[in-house]
Each structure stands twice: as C-alpha cells, then as structure tokens.
Design a protein around this ligand. Structure first.
Ligand SMILES: *Cc1c(COP(=O)(O)O)cnc(C)c1O
Length: 472
C-alpha cells in the first residue's frame, strides 16, 4: 500500500502537474515519499530523446531534497520483489537494467535486498538539506557512504532549520499586543530582528495579563472537552479528572505534547517519582503537567509510553496534577502551545531532527526547557530558557536517561519554579517576564517560516534554478 501511495504521489504527481500545464523549474521532494518523481522526470527526458546520463544529470541539478529525521523508521525501504512488481517495464524506459535501477535505492544496510527512498532521493538531487544545523551534521554522517572517500565536512548535505508559520500559531490576544507594540504588520515582518528588539519595551503588566488570559483559555478548553466526554458517556467520572479538570490556572504548568515516538522519552520526568511528587504537591509553589499525543498504531513501545503516562494520571496520589489529553491535533496543539508556562521536550540526542512545537510555544511567550538537540541546540542562548546538555559518547541509554533526568529536576527545582513564583507587590513575576521577553526577542525572528523560506530560496532553490533551463 505504501509503495502504491508513493508511486501515485511521485509518478502520478509529475503527470498531474503536466496535465495542469504546470512546468516547475525546480522540484522539491520533502522526505523520500515523493522521490519517484525523479524517475518519472528522467523517463520524460529520455522519451524526448535524451541519453540516460544526461537526463539523470538534468534532473539531479534541478531537484532539491529535504530529509527530516535520522530515525530509521522514518525512511521507507521497499523489498526488491515489490519493486519488481510495480517497476518491471519501467526501468527500460529509463534506459536502465534491473540491477542498475535497483542500485539507485541501495544502502550498506539493505545488502542488495531493499530499495531505500532516501538513498534514491539523495542520488538524484544535487541540493540536499537537513532541518537544523545538528541534523545537517547527523545526516552527513548517516549518508556519507553515498560519497565514498569524501571527508565528512565535504559531504554535500547542508541544513535549513525549520520554522513555524506565525499567523497560524499565535494566540489572538497576543497578536493584538504585538500589533500594538511592534506594529500591525508584525506577522509579515516576523523575521525582522530589529522589530523583535522592541518586545523588551512591552510593559510587564500587559504581557503578563495577556499570558494569564491565554492560560485560562487552555484550562477552559480542557474542562469543556472533559465535560463533553462525560456528557456523551465516553468518560467515567474518574476519567474526567485524568483529563485535567482539577488543573489550576494559577499553578506553574508544564506542557508536553507530541507524537509518542519512543526517542522523545515522554516518561523521563517520572523517573524519580518521589522527587516529582515533591514538586507537584508543594503547597505554595505547585506544579502541574499536561501531556498530549498519539503513537503510531504499529509502534508498540510508543503506545506503552502513553499507557504509562495514563497510569500516572490515574494515580490519585498525584492529585490530579497530571493530565493526559487524547486526540492531539493542530487545534489542541494551539491551545497547548499558547496556554502553558513551560514547554518540555526531552528527546534522546541526536534524534530530534528539528522539533517545531517548541518554536510555536516560544512565539507565544512560553519558556522552553528542553534537551539541546534539533532547533533548541541553536536557539538556546543561555538567557532565553533552559537547555539540558545531553550525555554524548555514552551508548548506555539508562545512563543517558539518568543524566538528562537529573538535570531536568535540578533546573525545575532550583531555577524554573522559584523564578515563576517570585512575585513583586503587584503579583507580577518580573524575572519570569524578563526571560519571556528574551525568549521572544531571540527566538521569534529566527524560527519562523519567513526566515526559513528565504533561506531555502537563497541556498537551495536559486542554485538549482541557476542551471535549470525553464523547460524542464
Ligand atoms: C507542531 C506539531 C507537531 C510537531 O511537533 P514536534 O515538536 O516537532 O514534535 C506534531 N503534531 C502537531 C499536532 C503539531 O501541532
């Protein structure tokens, strides 16, 4: 099914664009899923009279490919017998023998048995990138075998760090505040660092009041969902609590929402339950956790992580301070990235290619506390949130988890929680707001799509266009 889908996307996609009379100069394959488009374009050129080598080079020069993850499950590999079933009769049209055709998808791991879509895409795209600086480096290591003998720093895989679309993710209340202080065109000028400098002058009271409103909206959203589930007969009374109805809009709230892929380590915060309980139950400085996410249906360990988090939500000794929200989607993500105080991300280094939810949170004045991996490795500047320095060079996952969890507890206990609850006579946490403004100033202009698309144009699309006549 997957192979058929990708056949339809890649080969059917080219034919659809042709039928619509659309003639792209540059073709951008995002992930390997659409990589068959390179084959179809070679076939077209050969049909018009080109030799295979020429056609292949033209396609290469005008193709951009972005890889999005170092996690093996994120790269499709098809067995050769399936490739035979769908491509017999096609490789001749590319001027290739079966062996040469299958070699396009070879990797050292596939041992002549599997056709790797990422390998195909990299072989047939002259402009390749990963989605953060660290991921660029990881990708060069991962794919250097395609350039045997080339020193790693010369492997031609660059990086463009992901960004988020500000108008989509900004809370309406905060957008109004930005309009007032940064100008009504703030979203169009989202990558303007000088404009974001002015966020430092926004009065603390105004920013804090808006943030409190956003947080109350999240709590109402959660309560109304639970109420709906209860009224529909989908939730038992006790489940109404585990869905977050005891959450307190005054308490420091930590959000963790993403796919429950195991490398994201959703349960890291529960590693030392005694220590966690101390934080959650502190009478004067309570902390609460909101989890949301889905696991891939075939990802058994990922699903187990969700069960484990659910078990903590169900545990009455945790007092309703831990909630799990089901059916995570973009609508729910908006409330979460806008409404919590701290955004937590604890991936196992170096597997988080970029991560974008933390960027959404940062734009909304939420503070990031995350492992220094993906985007946060380049976003963290020492004064705009908290960065967990991962344990590198030790392959023992238990040791990694222990090391990262200890830092996480320490940062919460000694830095984040005291700062959040340190209020002046007006009840305003001045230090927290300073951190928030520094996070906005430094992150908002860098991790938005405006900056990202400009970089794609400058470093990938323009070079690909320079050598591509407009006819292909
Ligand atoms: C932003 C977002 C993601 C991606 O978040 P990561 O930080 O990259 O894991 C996934 N799902 C939804 C619904 C999102 O809004």
């Amino acid at each position: 099914m997957r192979l058929c889908q990708e056949y339809l996307l890649g080969i059917g996609g080219v034919r659809m664009l042709r039928a619509l009379g659309i003639a792209p100069t540059v073709w951008h394959a995002n992930e390997g899923h659409s990589a068959f488009l390179t084959l179809e374009r070679i076939r077209e050129l050969i049909q018009k009279g080109s030799k295979h080598a020429d056609a292949s080079e033209i396609v290469r020069q005008s193709t951009v490919f972005t890889t999005h993850t170092p996690v093996p499950a994120g790269h499709d590999v098809f067995p050769h017998h399936l490739m035979d079933r769908y491509f017999a009769g096609y490789w001749e049209q590319l001027g290739l023998s079966r062996e040469d055709f299958l070699r396009l998808g070879d990797t050292p791991e596939s041992q002549g048995q599997g056709f790797n879509m990422t390998a195909l895409a990299i072989r047939l795209a002259a402009h390749v990138n990963g989605v953060s600086r660290e991921h660029g480096q990881v990708s060069r290591e991962m794919w250097r075998h395609l350039w045997p003998g080339l020193p790693i720093e010369q492997v031609p895989i660059r990086s463009v760090t992901n960004g988020i679309h500000a108008p989509t993710w900004i809370a309406p209340e905060l957008s109004q505040l930005y309009s007032k202080h940064l100008g009504p065109q703030w979203a169009e000028k989202c990558d303007d660092t000088a404009m974001w400098q002015r966020v430092l002058d926004v009065p603390d009271q105004e920013l804090w009041a808006v943030r409190q409103t956003m947080k109350r909206k999240l709590m109402s959203f959660i309560r109304e969902r639970a109420r709906g589930g209860w009224m529909q007969g989908e939730l038992q009374a006790s489940q109404v609590i585990t869905r977050g109805t005891l959450l307190d809009p005054e308490a420091l709230t930590i959000g963790f929402a993403r796919r429950f892929a195991t490398y994201k380590r959703a349960t890291l915060l529960f590693r030392d339950l005694v220590r966690l309980k101390e934080l959650l139950h502190n009478q004067w400085r309570p902390v609460q956790l909101i989890f949301a996410g889905k696991a891939h249906p075939a990802d058994e360990p990922g699903r187990y992580f969700i069960h484990e988090v659910m078990r903590y939500c169900d545990d009455h000794k945790l007092g309703g301070h831990v909630a799990f929200l089901e059916n995570y989607d973009m609508h729910m993500a908006k409330f979460l990235v806008q409404g919590v105080d701290i955004w937590l991300n604890t991936p196992r280094f170096p597997l988080e290619a970029s991560g974008t939810s933390g960027q959404k949170a940062a734009l909304n004045g939420v503070i990031n506390l995350s492992v220094l991996d993906g985007w946060w490795k380049e976003g963290y500047n020492g004064a705009n949130g908290w960065g967990i320095e991962p344990l590198v060079g030790n392959q023992d996952v238990q040791a990694q988890d222990e090391h990262d969890a200890q830092q996480l507890y320490r940062m919460l206990q000694q830095e984040a929680i005291p700062l959040y609850y340190q209020r002046d006579l007006d009840g305003i946490p001045r230090g927290w707001l300073q951190l928030m403004k520094e996070s906005l100033r430094s992150n908002a202009p860098r991790f938005c799509t405006k900056r990202m698309v400009k970089e794609y144009v400058d470093t990938l699309y323009a070079p690909a266009m320079a050598i591509a006549p407009s006819t292909w």
